[in-house]
Design a protein around this ligand. Structure first.
Ligand code: AMP
Length: 591
């Protein structure tokens, strides 16, 4: 394919914002593309020089691109700058200037550099691709000049329109609006035909992160071959993501009453690969190469897995080894830099917590259920000071959920991850499904105010809280009507001493039925006389149909992530509790 043909597709894609139209154009383009041209065509369309995880850096700064444009047109630096200021895009500027003028000194330019001006006009796409990759390979002394020269050559060999896109590609500003998933869709249409097979093509992409590769397989071998694609060390797998819910009860229900709860570490997610030819790699969730940023983590993981082919995932956190404590996320972020690495390793030591494994014993294990993967992870990991497994427990009731959550918060985690453990709990590459559910409370941005709420009822505890009351029904005081209205259920922030005290006290206050001055839609195991006032913190006041504190429009309100601060407000009577009116005001303020 000639570059001018590809350029005409760039133009058509640029003109539309409609995804369906884009898919049509791309499908047509792919049908015209030879197998050996798929890589340049697909990657240039999305403005890259290869898959994100393995993209060569061109090393062309804007001023170098300007210099190349000056060479190619023979106009003054001022003119280029003026045009650039006018149109705001060097690609457009290249188009305008190259349409009007082609350097009369161009021949002289190439003569002085000892090269021929490229005779071939309208080169093949593959030739442009080769030249761009050549630019990336130029390093060391004098390379900046050589890069400018090579770019000048490309700009003068293509049409002014072609030059516009070349400029955008080299500056990383292609922006045709073609997303990876749009290409996946076009691959399905062009080579598979059957739209219902898209999930298979998608999964193949999520497992390889390489659009050109799956396009080649789709074109040459078809859907059966795509179905057989495996994850492979050396090629990052698109990360599995989590859904979010803010109620433990709902989470347990969603996961069939039982799940694996894990600490949710507030750090940097990584995927560690050790390849068959002995290379260790670390990628971020967005497939940024972290290998040179975290040599300490690489060493630790090489030790933990004994340098054998593996793909595993976990979280890097900053760690205080003297006090055995996780340090906050901001501190870890100081490690995200390209220089002073050794110094930063000393200043911000890190530790990793592993939570999944995708490849081991020379096999793709992403389709095995989580409990099996966890076992394999345990078997393969030599745990030591710098490498540990995520703290995890099988949980089947809300009370144990809350106890585990409290422990996670106490140990500086941001919450918990609840994971499906049924037969269907595969590693879902690239998906944000319901197999993982996050439950995290951002207490750092919590409401500045605390709430003093009254216990009006309670539920019997289970698991670790068996024999106690595990969850309390909390109410605010409606000073206009003289009644108590419920605002939340409380199960978090309660330690053993609190539970014992509450057991004794609530049994004393127990009533045979709901007191007349309590307005509630919920039916706890026991009702109690409103007397105990507890101080509660939360992250937000939200709307909820479940509780009976109402806003001015009659809609129910509730606290999100309510948590006992540890203070019983013995100094307050239930009538001194936070009022419904105060809560309404607060909700308005936060809007
Ligand atoms: P979010 O970024 O809010 O969607 O939450 C998912 C992120 O939580 C993952 O990308 C991981 O970086 C992080 N995370 C921390 N601990 C765990 C864990 N035990 N299991 C899975 N993900 C975790």
């Amino acid at each position: 394919m000639r570059f001018s043909t590809l350029t005409s597709y760039f133009e058509r894609l640029e003109k539309t914002t409609k995804r369906l139209e884009m898919i049509d154009i791309l499908t047509e383009l792919l049908k015209k593309t030879d197998t050996n041209e798929l890589e340049p065509v697909i990657y240039m369309v999305i403005g890259q020089l290869g898959p994100k995880y393995d993209e060569p850096a061109l090393g062309i700064a804007e001023r170098m691109a300007i210099e190349a444009l000056i060479n190619a047109t023979g106009v003054s630096q001022k003119k280029v700058q003026d045009t650039l200021n006018q149109v705001g895009d060097l690609g457009e500027a290249a188009y305008i200037l190259l349409s009007k003028e082609r350097s009369s000194t161009l021949d002289a330019f190439f003569e002085t550099t000892g090269e021929d001006e490229t005779e071939e006009r309208d080169p093949e796409v593959l030739e442009i691709w080769r030249q761009l990759h050549q630019i990336a390979k130029l390093t060391g002394e004098g390379s900046a000049k050589a890069k400018v020269r090579a770019l000048t050559k490309i700009l003068t060999s293509v049409s002014p329109k072609g030059a516009k896109y070349i400029m955008r590609i080299v500056l990383g500003k292609m922006r045709l609006g073609v997303a990876d998933m749009t290409v996946v869709e076009a691959i399905t249409r062009a080579y598979i035909g059957d739209k219902t097979k898209k999930p298979i093509v998608e999964l193949a992409y999520f497992k390889t992160s390489n659009l050109a590769e799956i396009a080649k397989i789709a074109k040459e071998k078809g859907i059966e071959a795509l179905e057989k694609i495996k994850v492979e060390p050396g090629r990052p797998v698109q990360c599995m993501a989590a859904q979010r819910l803010s109620d433990p009860e709902e989470i347990l229900e969603k996961l069939g009453g039982k799940c694996q709860l894990e600490y949710k570490y507030d750090g940097l997610r990584f995927q560690y690969h050790y390849t068959k030819d002995g290379k260790a790699k670390l990628w971020s969730r967005r497939q940024e190469d972290l290998t040179s940023m975290f040599p300490d983590v690489i060493n630790a993981l090489n030790t933990a897995f004994g340098e054998t082919p593996i793909i595993t995932e976990g979280e890097i956190v900053a760690y205080n080894f003297q006090e055995n404590k996780i340090v906050d996320f901001q501190t870890l972020m100081q490690r995200r830099r390209k220089y002073d690495i050794e110094k930063m390793i000393q200043e911000v030591p890190s530790k990793v917590f592993l939570f999944d494994i995708l490849y081991a014993d020379n096999q793709d294990i992403t389709s095995r259920p989580l409990p099996e993967r966890r076992k394999i992870l345990e078997q393969h990991t030599h745990v030591f000071k710098k490498v540990d497994l995520s703290t995890a427990e099988i949980i089947d009731n809300v009370d144990d959920f809350n106890v585990f959550f409290d422990k996670a918060i106490e140990e500086n985690c941001e919450g918990v991850m609840a994971k499906d453990i049924s037969e269907k709990s595969i590693y879902e590459a690239g998906a944000r499904g319901w197999l993982w559910i996050k439950y995290k409370a951002d207490y750092k941005s919590e409401l500045a105010d605390t709430f003093d709420l009254v216990v009006v009822g309670a539920w019997h505890g289970r698991g670790r809280r068996g024999g106690f009351y595990g969850t309390l029904l909390m109410a605010a005081y409606d000073s206009e009507e003289g009644v108590f209205r419920t605002l939340c259920k409380l199960g978090s922030g309660l330690n053993d001493a609190h539970l014992e005290f509450l057991k004794q006290k609530l049994d004393e206050l127990k009533l045979p039925e709901k007191p007349k001055d309590v307005i509630s839609k919920l039916e706890p195991d026991i009702w109690v006389k409103p007397e105990i006032v507890m101080e509660i913190t939360a992250t937000e006041i939200t709307n909820s149909p479940v509780h009976t504190v109402l806003d001015e429009n009659g809609n129910g309100l509730a606290l999100r992530f309510p948590r006992f601060t540890g203070r019983f407000r013995d100094d307050k009577s239930p009538y001194d509790a936070t009022t419904v009116q105060e809560i309404r005001e607060l909700k308005k303020l936060k809007r």
